[in-house]
Design a protein around this ligand. Structure first.
Ligand code: TXA
Ligand code: MG
Length: 353
């Protein structure tokens, strides 16, 4: 008997050839959905000026309609068509675009209210991903694109992650290689240039923003508060979550891994061997995998947080597919932008339902 084609086996990952890019641009122009690469995480794109197309994004992700989308443009020159700007916008755009920064600004009427979830503000970003930029140039449209994961799950950093999560819902995914940053953009509310506010931490340093803007930039508290959730409803306390229970630790020691049972996995910022304190007196619990330590996953070789951010979501996804009873993860040290962003994502991923 002939197998009935389903969306899952129709879903195609496209390499970025000129012919494929032209085809995907046409699909977007006609109101279709395309999974797209960016330097932060993969997005699920649709024509931002087409309300029906954007409703398709919410359906495919299972995203609540009160959670607004980010609109991607090819260059800051297009921003006036979507949002009210101010001199501070030019300053940050010059310093950080194209790049992992999203600006929340007062919206113009051109942006359909489904995109902004009825708000009078719109989030705008200029990505630096060369393949995505080619697609944006070809379709000559602003593209609304949230992260391309089912709502609440871990964001995708490869085309295959997008297919794993949304393969049953979308047909087209553009491959741009693994995301180079690995955590979502910094979101900056710049509606009032005298009082800019970071709504979501990302790779951009807080001090660098203050230097460019010349004013104090407010930062979110470590844990999402109810009032922040109202400004960025997607910043839910529980988000980016694996199905496997996740337990956080300030820092994991060799002892912690030795006394755990074999079906508990450990995510470390760097290998135990790369630490100064290599000594231990703990004895492994019977059944613990001492020799192979096949339950220990280091996000980097030497603690470099750029490498950690890049591999964080792929590692969480990989472990979530395994049969681990529990995943333990240590927090990133320090208060750099990437440490803050990694810890923000881990904290939300570990939050109880
Ligand atoms: O790096 C990124 O920003 C990725 C890539 C694909 O560009 N996109 C992304 O989109 O992370 P998403 O939808 O997963 O997260 C966007 C966040 C949500 O928390 C949403 O609530 C917030 O941005 N947001 C969007 N529009 C907003 C607005 N007008 N005011 C406040 N927050 C807004
Ligand atoms: Mg998201």
């Amino acid at each position: 008997m002939k197998e009935k084609p389903t969306a899952a086996n129709r879903t195609r990952i496209y390499q970025a050839t000129p012919a494929n890019l032209a085809r995907l641009a046409e699909i977007l122009r006609k109101g279709g959905l395309v999974g797209v690469p960016t330097e932060t995480v993969y997005g699920l794109a649709a024509n931002a000026l087409d309300a029906a197309a954007c409703r398709g994004i919410f359906r495919a992700k299972g995203r609540p309609s009160n959670d607004p989308l980010i609109v991607h443009i090819e260059s800051v020159d297009r921003i006036e068509t979507l949002a009210e700007t101010n001199p501070a916008v030019r300053k940050v755009a010059k310093a950080f675009w194209p790049g992992p920064l999203t600006l929340v600004l007062k919206k113009k009427d051109t942006v359909p209210s489904v995109v902004t979830a009825g708000r009078d503000s719109v989030a705008v970003r200029v990505s630096s991903h060369p393949t995505f930029r080619k697609l944006l140039a070809l379709c000559r449209l602003p593209l609304a694109a949230p992260s391309a994961n089912p709502f609440g799950y871990i964001s995708p950093t490869t085309a295959q992650h997008v297919k794993d999560g949304l393969g049953k819902k979308i047909e087209h995914i553009l491959d741009g290689g693994p995301a180079t940053i690995g955590v979502e953009s910094t979101i900056l509310d710049l509606r009032d240039p005298a009082h800019p506010k970071i709504l979501r931490p990302g790779a951009i340093e807080h001090a660098a923003l203050e230097k460019v803007l010349g004013v104090r930039v407010a930062r979110p508290k470590a844990r999402a508060q109810a009032d922040e959730a109202a400004v960025a409803p997607g910043m839910l306390l529980r988000h980016y979550s694996p199905r496997t229970p996740l337990v956080l630790h300030r820092q994991l020691k060799r002892e912690d891994t030795l006394i755990a049972s074999a079906n508990e996995a450990f995510i470390l910022m760097k290998p135990l061997d790369a630490r100064i304190d290599k000594s231990t007196t703990a004895r492994p619990r019977s059944g613990a995998r001492r020799a192979a330590q096949g339950n220990i996953f280091a996000l980097s070789k030497n603690g470099d947080l750029t490498a950690c951010a890049k591999s964080l979501f792929a590692t969480l996804r990989q472990l979530d597919k395994g049969n681990w009873k529990r995943i333990h993860a240590e927090l990133a040290p320090g208060d750099s932008a990437l440490a803050t962003a990694i810890n923000d994502r881990l904290t939300r991923a570990a939050a109880k339902r």
